[in-house]
Design a protein around this ligand. Structure first.
Ligand code: KIV
Ligand code: NA
Length: 267
């Protein structure tokens, strides 16, 4: 998958086959998900999901570069995009270019994603004109949790709805090749999808988006947080707990290891 092949999936405002995106943070998970996805996102959600941080705000460039490289090593079909962490791009287009180029060089990924609307449009323009494909992210932008005051759905007032639609247009006009739209009322997601020429990738943004994304650990039932918009396709937390309990029982009962798992000199 390439940036043009993602962008042109939407033709004359329509996307026949929706784009499938999931998050991945590790090589092995990337290998397993890659055949099923057009895009893999190394999301800064890794801050909460694998580092136990309270939000995405403390996530570092080092984390994103290291996990980005691991995911690239596990992917061959999907386009890998890496989130720009909070504080690495908002200062100026030049700061964003320095950070984004480092992410591309160190991880080998094909694109970056950054949060924000109109205020980030000049930065998106700056990056795309200098060879760095950018995915936009509007609506609920988790890095702004300290301003938003929480993770509730956005666009409940008319003014907020208009702002989100304007933000999506601004990042698309600035050159983003697709736009993640998170945690918004269905009517806003519809308006955004109608208003911009590039694909919208929804998360908590209803079914009419040009694609969907979920945090893989949420979808697998592996993380305790379950926002309303997550569908659990498995319950791996229970299955992992059961496996660990079975292992413990066999170790305590000296039922593991058996002969099969034991090295002995050949008779
Ligand atoms: O960090 C992340 O995982 C994301 C997606 C949920 C869109 O930004
Ligand atoms: Na993110």
């Amino acid at each position: 998958m390439t940036v043009p092949s993602i962008r042109t999936r939407k033709k004359d405002g329509k996307t026949e086959q929706p784009l499938v995106m999931l998050t991945a943070y590790t090589m092995r998970m990337a290998q397993l998900l890659d055949p099923h996805c057009e895009m893999l996102l190394v999301g800064d959600s890794l801050g909460q999901v694998i580092y136990g941080l309270p939000s995405t705000v403390p996530v570092t460039m080092e984390m994103m570069c290291a996990h980005g490289a691991a995911v690239v090593r596990g992917s061959w079909h999907a386009l890998v995009a890496v989130d720009m962490p909070f504080g690495s791009y908002e200062g100026s287009p030049e700061q964003a270019f320095a950070s984004a180029s480092r992410i591309l060089k160190e991880s080998g990924c094909a694109a970056v994603k950054l949060e924000g609307g109109e205020a980030m449009a000049p930065t998106i323009d700056f990056l795309t004109k200098r060879g760095i494909p950018v995915i936009g992210h509007v609506g609920l932008t988790p890095q702004a949790v300290n301003v938003l005051g929480g993770y509730g759905a956005r666009g409940k007032s008319d003014a907020e709805a208009r702002k989100i639609v304007g933000d999506a247009k601004a990042v698309a006009d600035a050159g983003a090749f697709c736009v993640v739209i998170e945690g918004v009322m269905e009517n806003i997601a519809d308006q955004v999808t109608d208003a911009i020429a590039v694909p919208t990738i929804g998360i908590g943004a209803s079914a009419n988006c040009d694609g969907q994304v979920l945090v893989t650990e949420d979808m697998l039932g592996l993380f305790e947080r379950t926002p309303r918009f997550v569908k659990r396709y498995d319950d791996l937390a229970t299955r992992i707990g059961d496996a660990a309990a079975a292992y413990r029982k066999e170790v305590l009962g000296r039922a593991f290891p058996t002969e099969e798992q034991t090295y002995r000199p050949k008779a």
